[in-house]
Design a protein around this ligand. Structure first.
Ligand SMILES: C[S@@+](CC[C@H](N)C(=O)[O-])C[C@H]1O[C@@H](n2cnc3c(N)ncnc32)[C@H](O)[C@@H]1O
Length: 200
């Protein structure tokens, strides 16, 4: 799996920031209900129905930078909601990679899949999450896992789905945990002060 390299400010990808390019290619407005689209550029969460939200754009950008997604990676997107993060991840991995979005709410899974399909990135898909466990272990392991709903404790079932040198960014107990798999186990870095809808 090729690496991305990092610029001096910690933003991945070299001269042109790859996360900014993904955000420009897939604007949030395409992943919002019609009555919310006028607010797409506001930097706060917005309702997407079923009691769920489109996350704050600056937080999404920060999480994607922490995840440091290389082209060609196999990625799991837990809580794909509107399909926005799945589309952004698909842009980052490119056609040599793959992205699997899983969403627990059936109405959102169908709507998110339609939003994603409109981006024409056939190497990404969204399926209904299984009710009896986190993620999709039978399709793993994954190089990267993004989680967009908050757990009370580190979701070890998802850590187990990380491949060698894999990385996961997950909201845990009012902060973001960045989990890196190493030959000796895992390392965890914390960034406090982030709230999300609950992981169920
Ligand atoms: C912040 S919202 C949506 C964010 C989404 N990534 C987007 O771009 O719109 C988080 C989503 O996680 C979903 N969710 C919660 N627990 C889940 C679980 N165990 N498996 C899959 N999805 C889950 C919720 O239904 C919700 O749609």
């Amino acid at each position: 799996m090729p690496g991305t390299g990092r610029t001096r400010d910690g933003r991945g990808g070299g001269a042109v920031d790859r996360v900014d390019a993904a955000l420009a290619a897939h604007p949030r407005a395409g992943f919002l209900p019609a009555d919310q689209r006028r607010y797409a550029l506001r930097d706060h969460p917005l309702p997407i129905g079923h009691g769920q939200t489109s996350s704050q754009p600056s937080t999404v950008a920060r999480m994607l930078r922490m995840l440091d997604v290389p082209p060609g990676a196999r990625v799991l997107d837990v809580g794909s909601g509107s399909g926005w993060t799945t589309a952004l991840l698909a842009h980052l991995v490119g056609p040599t990679g793959s992205v699997l979005g899983v969403e627990l709410e059936p109405g959102l899974a169908a709507w998110g899949a339609a939003n994603l399909a409109a981006t024409g990135q056939g190497w990404a898909r969204i399926v209904l999450a299984r009710p009896d466990g986190l993620g999709m272990p039978e399709e793993g392991p994954y190089d990267r896992i993004l989680v967009s709903a908050e757990a009370r404790e580190l979701p070890t079932a998802l850590v187990d789905q990380l491949g060698p040198a894999g990385r996961m960014v997950a909201p845990v107990a009012a902060g973001l945990s960045v989990v890196r798999r190493t030959p000796g186990g895992v390392t965890i870095t914390r960034h406090e002060g982030y709230r999300f809808v609950p992981l169920r």
